[in-house]
Design a protein around this ligand. Sequence first.
Ligand SMILES: [Zn+2]
Ligand SMILES: [Zn+2]
Length: 368
Amino acid sequence: MFVFVCAGCGAELTVSLSEVVLPPHARQKYGNGVQLPVLMEAGTFAVDPDPWGGPWRLWDEVEPGEAEARGIYAPVHALSDGTAGAYVIAPGDVRGTRLILEKRDGACCGLDGADGPNLACEACGLPVATRVDDCSLWQAVRLGSDAVRRLFVDGSHAAPPSWAELVEKGERTPPYEPIATWGGRAGTSHYWSWSPRWEAAAGQALAHLLVASEGRPVKVPDGPASDVFQRALDALLPAGPSARRAALVGPGRPVLDSGVDIVLVPVHPRTGRMWTTGGPAASAYPVPLPLGVWLWLVSPQPQLAMPASGGLPEDVLRDDPLPPRPNYLFRPDRGTFRHTLVRLPGVRSPWMRTVREALTQDWPAALF
Ligand SMILES: [Zn+2]
Ligand SMILES: [Zn+2]
């Protein structure tokens, strides 16, 4: 466990936290005016390796070779010169800070952090963090890697759970969920839609699938994986007879025979390591998926129960009536897709030209 302290005066700025993986939806902008939940589970933190927020430089102003040195292999609209390596935590885990009231320009329903750090250390006044809780953004506090220090506080280092333990726990992420609208009246302040988590996870995975395609069609397994990926793959890759085959591989799944070129594998939520497989599929291209999404893909639950209302306790779930399904086809999150794709060296492959060109132009609206 760690606590984070102010780099200026040493005051404690958080409760004790343990490190987990940054979720793929960390940078997602979802819907219009909706209220997204808190990004990080209470008691955890994740490191965001990439710069975040301003100041920005347009692609034309970036020196040749500079983007590549920063791990960006295809043109982007603008490059962030913000500080990299922020510690991302739940707002409720912050201690001893105050809001910098002037730093709220551009905010809509909450704070978007576009003005730079908006939380100061209560003891010494050093700007130490950025709180983000505006509409369409996941609520989080980003502690500046240059403004805080992390201190190890607990000698007993709990080993991360094994894959078998994680599978047994079976925390699946449902593909659709109620989305809260800002300021709606109780009872009418949500609508059912595709899960933002799924859209971001699919955006990240789609970028890997395109690189893994080697310019050939890709066929993912039938069922929910097909609903999520196949339409975008068919639109962005050439048609042809020799499709590369993708399979769902991971803990508790049978070892595959040959003929699998791409494996959709879970990421360990604590260590960030992808599942590795033996057998003929060991050399297949691994495509990362958050564990909760992967668990659902390998064992979908056909119907979700719905939160009950009307005189019943809040945590009672109904299975009649069932929640309404989203009335549009699934779309991977465009921003997460783009963020991932430009950081994969494979984006430079000749057969990625069409996709690369589309990166700087308008995407087919129906896909993203
Ligand atoms: Zn708003
Ligand atoms: Zn301080």
